[in-house]
Design a protein around this ligand. Sequence first.
Ligand code: CDP
Length: 238
Amino acid sequence: MRKNRIIAIDGPAGSGKSTTAKQVAKRLGFTYLDTGALYRALTLLALKNGIDIESEGELVNLLQQSKFQLQSQGDDIRIWINGEEATEAIRSPEVSRAVSMVARHPAVRREMVQLQRRLASQADVVVEGRDIGTVVFPEADLKIFLTASLEARAQRRLKELHEKGVEIALHELKRDIERRDAIDSQRETAPLKKAEDAIVIDTTELTIDEQVDKIVQAFRALAEQRRKSSDASGVKNT
Ligand code: CDP
């Protein structure tokens, strides 16, 4: 039986998953796994190698031949693809535009899910993505689904990109996000969807600290509840 504890955070682009997941992990002393970074890494590699993102077979081959390493450093997660750092490159608008087409392929997802389960098997972990509560870890201890208005999500992404020196117009970003959300929600395999037992948090009007607090509190309440019920069953047994 699985011993490590898992918090699953899902939601659409720009809903605040990454920042929230990182801080929840920090507060609880968990590790953090960004599954979107893995789909982005494969996409970057495919674009660089001129691989057709419609070709499921070629993408799976590429994934099987590649090595991705993730490492947290302060508040950042750095990623290396076959030994070469790609932390910034995987966040480019070009990769963002192509990634949903790569992530639609069932065989790519099968490989990715295996990789993600392996990466999350060693420690208590906060895992963030689109299908974590529904497919990758349906038995997660706590499931969170973050949402926010399209306007708020686009504004947040614009600020992030501008801080990195990437120039892009708000209307363009909105269109890209809407398109990506549509592909992610409508694909046949593991679409972006709230797990039935997930707690929904609308972050439109929340600060990062507020949303982190809500999740940490929900996790602590759950742990307390479990402790009480195991104490109670302990009493019955004696
Ligand atoms: O950070 P942002 O919300 O822009 O997206 P991300 O988490 O980096 O994920 C990028 C893309 O990867 C998503 O739009 C999905 O197409 C795909 N993805 C997925 O299909 N399943 C996951 N568990 C995580 C990401």
